[in-house]
Design a protein around this ligand. Structure first.
Ligand code: ASC
Length: 155
């Protein structure tokens, strides 16, 4: 009895967040999950676009855009763990996500959190009008995109 109590207490600790890992059970469910995941990354891309333009000197630095887009990327980044909780590898779906994501969940989630942290740092730099660090802070966000793509995005 004691063992059961300890085990269930541990289980509830492990499942403390909203995120419960599951395997996709149908094509419809898996395809929906892919669409939702891709929606997140499309919005990340949309918000990275102007930031990348600033870092490359194509458009002027704009603190407000840096803050707003940084906040959006932060929020989107926080959704990644949840939206990847469903393992779609049992179903044959068209996806850019590598199967290795679900074999390395902790690393994948920690790479998503690296983006969150870099996006938070960017907001702070913009808020403080810390001009000499604008490029670096944007570059740091982009580097977290690349780090995850290198390991977990096909092609
Ligand atoms: C972007 C974008 C990415 C990252 C990456 C940074 O703007 O679309 O995937 O930055 O290219 O290296």
């Amino acid at each position: 009895m004691k063992k059961i109590i300890i085990i269930s207490a541990l289980a509830s600790l492990i499942c403390a967040g909203n995120v419960v890992a599951q395997e996709a059970k149908s094509e419809k469910q898996a395809n929906n999950a892919v669409k939702f995941r891709q929606s997140i990354f499309q919005l990340v891309r949309s918000n990275m676009g102007p930031l990348g333009g600033m870092a490359k000197g194509q458009i002027p630095f704009n603190e407000q855009t840096m803050e707003v887009n940084g906040q959006r990327i932060e929020q989107l980044g926080l959704m990644i763990e949840d939206y990847f909780a469903l393992d779609t590898t049992p179903i044959d779906v068209k996806t850019g996500a590598k199967d290795s994501i679900w074999k390395n969940r902790d690393d994948f989630n920690s790479k998503a959190m690296d983006m969150v942290k870099a996006a938070q740092a960017l907001q702070l730099v913009a808020k403080n009008k810390d001009e000499s660090n604008y490029r670096k802070a944007i570059g740091a966000v982009g580097a977290t995109c690349k780090a995850c793509h290198d390991d977990y995005k096909k092609d």
